[in-house]
Design a binder for this molecule. Structure first.
Ligand SMILES: Cc1cc2nc3c(=O)[nH]c(=O)nc-3n(C[C@H](O)[C@H](O)[C@H](O)COP(=O)(O)OP(=O)(O)OC[C@H]3O[C@@H](n4cnc5c(N)ncnc54)[C@H](O)[C@@H]3O)c2cc1C
Length: 394
């Protein structure tokens, strides 16, 4: 009997988007892992495409959670510093018995050292806490402890104060869980039905005499080639959404990896033929090496999907220029867009950029309306209330 004569089985009900969670992730396949930044860039930013199962649905503005593993070299360093060989048996957070090697690879956060770990680690010494470690304990030494953990990993603590861990199970009290990292989704399913794309900056730095890397972004940078498997889950973010009115103008401020959700917004409106005007502000260090998605945006501009594109490359001239400076230069037109009902979005660095952009936005509103900063604050508050000011910053 040929296959074609076999009766077609009933179509299975589509799994719900939330079937996969951080505790029960979807094992995705890496379809693409391309470096977006040029070789001379100071940054290593990747474009990663992952496969999705039928029925896994997201909306532009959502994030994808990626569950990383620790580097083998790092695991070995920890085993050696702790004096274990990795075959010891431990119970994980769900009381499942696994090897210590497995625990250090997939369960425990052995990357950046948490301040809480200092206290838990010190407790293992009982009465005999080493003097150096004592000085990092207690509320009164919080600042010193913060300084100590900055740029250090667990293995540095173990090497400096060895001998505390006598039973590998104790590590579950000392170390935090290895947690998933979130990445803003950079694609639209209207354009790529069974895929999710991300824009990942690999965190690398040198601290305390060693080359360090971020756990998850390092995983993406070194151990996630095409065809590799990655446990992922989709994470809804209803606070970051394109306007329901597909004709409404949108202004998008997305320097660095903050560009990700705006690539998703643009792809979405392009794929669905939606006509609302879109204005993108992108910033990075250098045009020649750091202009993420340059060609795709040029095509979108040529097709009229991307109405306006303003870039700020901070290192391309003597005086540093950022997205907020470009906003100021375009103040009058920006205010006109706001008056026409534009939605204003910001994504990326929370520590400085988001605040600087808000300050610039208030100034743009004050100047445009010939009003005071107080009036501008009220204007912005009204925009927030109407969901016309949305931020996705980290
Ligand atoms: C909603 C959301 C969306 C996000 N979207 C994106 C995105 O689109 N793209 C993206 O790349 N990231 C995004 N992030 C950030 C991402 O989740 C991770 O935080 C980031 O990739 C770093 O994770 P990691 O595991 O590589 O690094 P970790 O192992 O978590 O290490 C990072 C830590 O290393 C330490 N560190 C870093 N640099 C130094 C230094 N020079 N000296 C000393 N210590 C240092 C700091 O303690 C820092 O917190 C998003 C975060 C959120 C919450």
């Amino acid at each position: 009997m040929s296959d074609s004569s076999v009766a077609t089985p009933p179509t299975p009900t589509k799994p719900h988007a939330t079937k996969y969670t951080r505790n029960q992730p979807y094992i995705s396949r890496v379809l693409t892992n391309d470096r977006l930044t040029g070789p001379e860039s100071e940054k290593e930013t990747l474009h990663i495409e992952l496969d999705l199962e039928d029925g896994m649905i997201y909306t532009p503005g959502d994030a994808v959670g990626i569950i990383p593993t620790n580097r083998e070299q790092q695991v070995e360093e920890n085993l050696s510093a702790l004096g274990f060989n990795g075959t010891e048996r431990v119970l994980d957070h769900y009381k499942v018995e696994i090897s210590l090697h497995e625990a250090l690879t997939t369960r425990l956060g052995i990357g950046k050292l948490a301040r809480g770990s200092l206290n838990q680690y010190a407790k293992l010494f009982g009465e005999n806490v080493p003097e150096g470690l004592k000085k990092l304990q207690g509320q009164e030494n919080k600042a010193i402890a913060e300084e100590y953990v900055w740029g250090r990993e667990f293995v540095d603590l173990v090497k400096e104060f060895p001998g505390a861990v006598t039973d590998p199970q104790q590590l579950f009290n000392v170390l935090q869980r290895l947690t998933p990292r979130m990445y803003s989704i950079a694609s639209s399913q209207a354009a790529h039905p069974n895929e999710v794309h991300t824009t990942v900056r690999v965190v690398r730095y040198n601290a305390h005499g060693a080359e360090r890397q971020g756990v998850c972004s390092g995983h993406m940078g070194e151990r996630a080639p095409v065809d590799a498997s990655l446990p992922i889950f989709l994470h809804e973010n209803n606070a970051f959404r394109l306007p329901e009115d597909t004709d409404a103008p949108v202004i998008m401020i997305g320097p660095g990896t903050g560009i990700a959700p705006f690539r998703a917004f643009l792809e979405h409106r392009q794929a669905l033929g939606e006509k609302g005007p879109m204005w993108l502000f992108f910033g990075e260090q250098r045009r020649v090496s750091d202009f993420l998605y340059e060609q795709q945006f040029a095509r979108m501009q040529a097709e009229g999907v991307l109405t306006k594109l303003d870039t700020a490359f901070s290192r391309d001239q003597g005086k540093k220029v950022y997205v907020q400076d470009r906003m100021q230069e375009n103040a009058s037109e920006l205010y006109d867009w706001l008056e026409r009902g534009a939605y204003f979005y910001v994504c990326g660095d929370a520590s400085r950029m988001a605040k600087d952009v808000e300050t610039a936005l208030l100034d743009v509103i004050a100047r445009g309306s010939n009003g005071t900063l107080e009036h501008a604050s009220e204007y912005l508050a009204a925009m927030k209330k109407a969901k016309r000011y949305q931020r996705d910053v980290y």
